[in-house]
Design a protein. Structure first.
Length: 270
C-alpha cells in the first residue's frame, strides 16, 4: 500500500515530526512516500499482501524456536482483532532436533515470524527512512521478541528497533561494520507488556554511512552511526524467538507478542 505526498501537503503532521525527530528535517524539495501505512493487519488479505511468513531465509535462527506459521498454517501468527497481529510461541514436548542456524540450539518451541515484502535501501534516491510500530512485548526470562532490520543480500547491516532479552530492557542496537562490533543502548521500559511505540529515523550522512535515531513512545533515546549501510537492501522482520540470548530456560506455557500500526516511509529525493 503506497501513497505519495509532497511535504507541502503534509503540514498537518509537521508539528508532530518536529516534536519527535531529533534528526534534521528532510529537504523541502523531496517527496514523502508511504510504503506501509499501518493498515496491513486489518485482515488476512491485507497481511498477505504486505508480509511474508517466516524469516526471509526459512524457519530457523539463533534461538530455540522454529517458525511454523505459513499461508495455510497460521496457528502461531494470527489476527485476534482487526489491526492487531499476535505471534504465539508454544513449548513442545517432543524433539525436533536442533536449529539449522548457529549456535544450533535444540528446538523447544514453535513460534512465528513475518517479514515485510518491501525492502529498505538508503541511497541517493531514498536518503532517509522512518520505521515504527506499536508492540506488547514479553519480557520474561527466556523470551526474545524482536522488530529489526537486517541485510537482505549480506550481513551486516543490522538495526534492532525492539529487542527484549529476558528482562524489561529494550536493546536499541546497530551493527557498525566499518570498525566492527555493536553500538547498543539498553533502555528500561515500564510495563513492556503494555502498548509502546518503537521507532527509528535513518538518514544518509555520507557516501557509505547513515545515522540512526531511536525513539521510545515518541522520546528520542539514542543516535548510532551505521557504517556501510548505504546501498545495502534490508529486510524488516517481526519475530518471537526464544531462549538463546534471553536465557537458558523459557516459559513452560504459551508466550504472546502483539503488534499494530507498523509503518514504513521514506524520502524520495528525485
Amino acid at each position: 500500500m503506497r501513497t505519495v505526498r509532497t511535504f507541502a501537503m503534509m503540514s498537518a503532521c509537521a508539528g508532530l515530526v518536529a516534536a519527535t525527530l531529533a534528526a534534521p528535517a528532510p529537504a523541502s524539495a523531496a517527496t514523502w512516500e508511504t510504503l506501509l501505512d499501518g493498515s496491513s493487519f486489518q485482515d488476512r488479505t491485507a497481511l498477505i499482501a504486505e508480509w511474508n511468513f517466516r524469516y526471509p531465509w526459512g524457519s530457523d535462527h539463533n534461538g530455540s524456536a522454529r517458525m511454523y506459521a505459513g499461508a495455510t498454517d497460521n496457528s502461531q501468527v494470527y489476527l485476534p482483532s482487526p489491526g492487531v497481529l499476535t505471534i504465539k510461541a508454544s513449548r513442545i514436548s517432543g524433539s525436533e532436533g536442533t536449529s539449522s542456524s548457529t549456535p544450533y540450539l535444540p528446538i523447544h518451541y514453535h513460534s512465528g515470524a513475518i517479514h515485510a515484502k518491501d525492502q529498505i535501501t538508503v541511497n541517493d534516491q531514498f536518503p532517509s527512512y522512518e520505521v515504527r510500530g506499536e508492540f506488547q512485548a514479553p519480557s520474561a526470562p527466556g523470551t526474545w521478541p524482536a522488530f529489526w532490520l537486517t541485510g537482505a543480500t549480506s550481513w551486516p547491516p543490522e538495526s534492532d528497533i525492539l529487542e527484549f532479552k529476558g528482562d524489561t530492557r529494550n536493546w536499541f542496537n546497530t551493527y557498525k561494520n566499518a570498525s566492527g562490533g555493536w553500538s547498543s543502548t539498553p533502555v528500561t521500559v515500564s510495563s513492556p507488556g503494555g502498548w509502546h511505540q518503537y521507532r527509528v529515523w535513518i538518514s544518509k550522512v555520507n557516501a557509505t554511512d547513515v545515522d540512526i535515531h531511536y525513539y521510545l513512545d515518541g522520546v528520542w533515546k539514542a543516535q548510532h552511526r551505521g557504517a556501510n549501510f548505504v546501498g545495502k537492501p534490508m529486510w524488516l522482520i517481526l519475530n518471537l524467538q526464544m531462549e538463546g540470548s534471553s536465557g537458558g530456560t523459557g516459559p513452560a506455557g504459551d508466550t504472546f507478542y502483539s503488534a499494530r500500526n507498523i509503518s514504513i516511509g521514506r524520502n524520495r529525493a528525485f
